[in-house]
Design a protein around this ligand. Structure first.
Ligand SMILES: [Cu+2]
Length: 88
C-alpha cells in the first residue's frame, strides 16, 4: 500500500511585469538637435535601454530602461563618453 501522491504542486511563479523604468537625467552641453541625436545613438547600444528622448532646450534626457538589464551607471557613462556632462 504505497502512496506516491505528490503534493508538491508547482506554485505559480510570481510574474514580473515587464520591469521597465524611466530615468530622467539632466545633461549639459547639448546645443542642437544633432546633440540630441548623438545621445540617442550613444544610448541605443547600452544594454537594457528601451528608448531615449533628449531635449537640448531643457537638457533633459529621458531614458526608458529595463531595470533587469540596465545599469544607471552605464547610461551615465555612455552620455559622458559621447561628450556631455551629466549633472543629475
Ligand atoms: Cu548639437
Amino acid at each position: 500500500m504505497s502512496s506516491t501522491a505528490s503534493a508538491t504542486a508547482a506554485a505559480p511563479l510570481p510574474r514580473r511585469p515587464n520591469a521597465i523604468n524611466e530615468l530622467t537625467l539632466n545633461v549639459s552641453g547639448m546645443s542642437c538637435a544633432g546633440c540630441e541625436e548623438k545621445i540617442r545613438l550613444a544610448l541605443k547600444d547600452v544594454p537594457g535601454v528601451v528608448s531615449t528622448t533628449a531635449s537640448h532646450e531643457t537638457g533633459d534626457v529621458r531614458v526608458e530602461l529595463d531595470v533587469d538589464q540596465a545599469s544607471v551607471d552605464e547610461v551615465r557613462r555612455a552620455i559622458e563618453q559621447a561628450g556631455y556632462e551629466v549633472r543629475s
